[in-house]
Design a protein around this ligand. Sequence first.
Ligand code: ARE
Length: 581
Amino acid sequence: MEKTAIFHRPTDNFAYLLDDRTLQLRLKTKKNDVTSVSLIFGDPYIWRNGEWQFSKMPMNLVGNDGLHDYWETEAFAATKRLRYGFQLTSLTEETIYTEKGFFDSIPTDSDYYFCFPYLHENELFQAPQWVKGTVWYQIFPERFGNGNPSINPKNTKAWGSEPPAVNNFFGGDFDGVTAHLDHLTDIGVNGIYFTPVFEASSNHKYDTIDYMEIDPQFGDADALKELITQCHSRGIKVMLDAVFNHSGYYFPPFQDVLKNGESSPYKDWFHIHSFPVLGGEKPNYEAFGFVDSMPKLNTANPEVKKYLLEVGTYWINEFDIDGWRLDVANEVDQPFWREFRKTVKEAKPDVYILGEIWHDSMPWLRGDQFDAVMNYPFKTNVLNLLAKNSINSKQFAENMSKVYYSYPKTVFDFTFNLVGSHDTARILTECNDNINITKQVFTILLTFMGTPCIYYGDEIGLTGGQDPGCRECMDWDENNHQLELKNHIQTLIALRTKEKLLANEGSITFVHPTEANGIFGYKKHNATKTIIVLLNPSSDEQQYALDRDQKYNILYSSGLLIEGSNVSISTEGFGIIEYNL
Ligand code: ARE
């Protein structure tokens, strides 16, 4: 047995509450090494005749990431206290794994074991429940709809008359969004995530001038209130973007520092290395990257903190927004986010907090900071397989498993999945304009665990490369829409809305392909049924054997045929199949 590969820790993705008496436990072992695992567990204080009293139960092998197997079980802690260890068996060996190391026989003293001292209900990871039923739609407001030309910024170009550039403006605004809410209802989305809307000089508005004001090119407070009211009456939630890592160059406190140098009362609002303050390619102050027009805010400074926390509650209290997306979230100090969470949840207990983090985000998802992060590893994996062909479906299943098992299930249920955004090339462009492959991508996005987000225009087949190419004007001429893609997305959203297992109910296990680029997918299951999502990424027709003796019902498919228990899927096809009816 490869003991160096065996790992558990009584926290994070390895041990977490499902409710106040149930702990989900995971163990990692070398792939194909251990043949069975049992959990040894009990209350540390229950002893008889000088021996600790424990129970034993088998753990399930639930997945693998190519290097490791993952074992899982749910331990019921009647007294809310738990000590536990693992009994592992391989073809040649048996061992007991505890906090104190490996043993040949079961230690009889509870002190040896992993310790989960007490299951406190308030330590259960809790994100707003409504998010589970949400399909987000991301809007870059400068480019969605121009509903009020009278507030166009200077030099506004005719809508869509030229490609999006770093500095051009097309006059998108709130009225333009309000006017097109039917489009959102028609697709079936029920949440809007707006990139920044506060006063700023650029077209993307990530360079805030005033966090308490709407940018005049988007409208006034009444226009935003009207938009939010109309969204709410249609059951659409609204999330705004909080850019707290840095301000814009024209943020008055930064201008004051530029003007008054060391004597500015705002000098500690930023991270200034020396005076006079100098911008350029390597500014002498901290910034977002080295972008001198985005000076980094000192979020540990009590005055900055107070100001930004007020911003956090102001838009909730005055505009009734439902969520905050936090820009460059991992470069802001975590104590600040802890206070942010407390403050905004006091203002609105079910407000949603989404961090923008592209990497492993466990530290921010322990219940005291964010409800979710933007799942860019999901996007990378889906695109590497289907669009770029840089991994095969076996690696896809392994990579996805690795991401999935690196979070508690309770956290992953809320992950924010995306396949493109204002920071990436458009999905259809990534898929070389291949509609079938783009349909496969959306099949995964809209049936996977987590909350999906569609970037405006992707549903009608807009194209474009990296920023700024991916920020073109929404095309409102239906003759230009890719209806096949739009219908596909509508169908999947409708299916997801009707069938909760396709959204975030139940559990997921991955279908690992038998061949390098064979059929892959995942099963979503609860106590009564299983739904299996299968995709063929290869350039040949492929077969997959369903479990025998089941009655199958195809919910939605393309290029799929079932004969007996054998599924054939043509190239670029997919299937969503339900069984155990
Ligand atoms: C502008 C131009 C670009 C040019 C850039 C450099 O448009 O063409 O390349 O300047 O000078 C905003 C605007 C951008 C703007 C940028 C700077 O939207 O258009 O770029 O400001 O002025 C990392 C961060 C992540 C960040 C991305 C972009 O971790 O937080 O980079 N995303 C947010 C927003 C952006 C926004 C900003 C931050 C700044 O969503 O829209 O940009 O407020 C990896 C790394 C990630 C990295 C990612 C992308 O995989 O792991 O950490 O994200 O690549 O680069």
